[in-house]
Write a protein that binds this ligand. Structure first.
Ligand code: SPV
Ligand code: MG
Length: 294
């Protein structure tokens, strides 16, 4: 476990490289393959994307098993590492231990768990953003690290104090406690338009552990700028999902409006591209080699 190509050892090697590591959200193996082909360093198995792909809210509605199966299929489809969004860990420290064993066995490079109460609510939804007590979540991090079998799986402790409006000092206090508990990296999440709260966190944190950032709402800052400020892993969490919602909606509207598909043919992928992404060439080579012909 954890030693396949694209696994945890590879993610650790990427963390040793200078500059930012950039990964992008996906919700199925095809999306993961598009991320890899575009040149991303890895794939974010996004809880928001996977939930949305089931037409369900990102609020701990899907079960761990459902999310795991998606992450597993992504890891099987690409040679780059998959970082799994594991929400709040699906229960208490014992649930987290079970989760870590399953994700590690599925070839996932890193699991991220956030310090919210179960059931979590997506960070961008105003209102209920309840944080778990620091000691309780530190226990989950320690449990996660004790449960992994190999040396390489990374456990990312996601701090939601800025999202919940508890302020920078609380965020730093939590990050410190989770580092003490054995986290391999800290994800500081924020949802303002300005990157300043995240940059202030980075200044005060002083690289005690690698820092993960998710510049969804503060999107004017570049990955290079975030890296120069001390961030290591930059997650573009939901842009494939949002791009596809727009593209699919416009395409569907055009078909009904025009009564035929000629107008959109040049704006959608050719079937040849679909076959290529599916690995049809390898299938045909195997047919040549292994199928007996009468
Ligand atoms: C996700 O992609 O599911 C995330 C990032 O956790 S966010 O939606 O910003 O909470
Ligand atoms: Mg999520």
């Amino acid at each position: 476990p954890g030693h396949r190509v694209g696994g945890a050892a590879q993610l650790r090697a990427l963390f040793e490289r200078p500059g930012p590591v950039r990964i992008v959200g996906a919700h199925n193996a095809l999306g993961a393959r598009l991320a890899e082909r575009a040149g991303f360093d890895g794939v974010w198995s996004s809880g928001l994307e996977v939930s949305a792909s089931h037409a369900l809210p990102d609020a701990d509605i899907l079960t761990m098993t459902e999310l795991l199966e998606v992450a597993r299929s992504m890891a099987a489809a690409v040679a780059v590492p998959v970082v799994a969004d594991c929400d709040a860990g699906y229960g208490n420290a014992n649930n987290v231990m079970h989760m870590v064993r399953r994700y590690e066995a599925a070839g996932i490079a890193a699991v991220s768990i956030e310090d919210k109460r179960f059931p979590k609510m997506n960070s961008f939804i105003p209102g209920r953003q309840e944080l778990a007590p620091i000691t309780e979540f530190a226990g989950k991090i320690a449990a996660a690290k004790s449960a992994q079998v190999g040396p390489d799986l990374m456990v990312i402790a996601r701090v939601e104090a800025l999202v919940a409006g508890w302020g920078l000092d609380e965020a730093l206090r939590r990050a410190e406690a989770y580092a003490e508990a054995g986290a391999d990296a800290v994800l500081i999440h924020a949802k303002g338009e300005s990157p300043e709260p995240v940059l202030e966190f980075l200044r005060q944190w002083q690289q005690r552990l690698p820092v993960v950032v998710v510049p969804t709402t503060y999107h004017t800052i570049t990955a290079e700028e975030l890296s120069a400020a001390g961030a290591k892993l930059v997650i573009y969490a939901n842009h494939g999902l949002r791009a596809s919602i727009t593209a699919v909606s416009e395409t569907f509207e055009a078909i009904l409006r025009d009564g035929r598909t000629s107008g959109i043919e040049t704006r959608i992928a050719e079937l040849a591209t679909v076959f290529d992404l599916q690995g049809m060439a390898a299938l045909q080579q195997a047919e040549e080699r292994f199928l007996s012909r009468a």
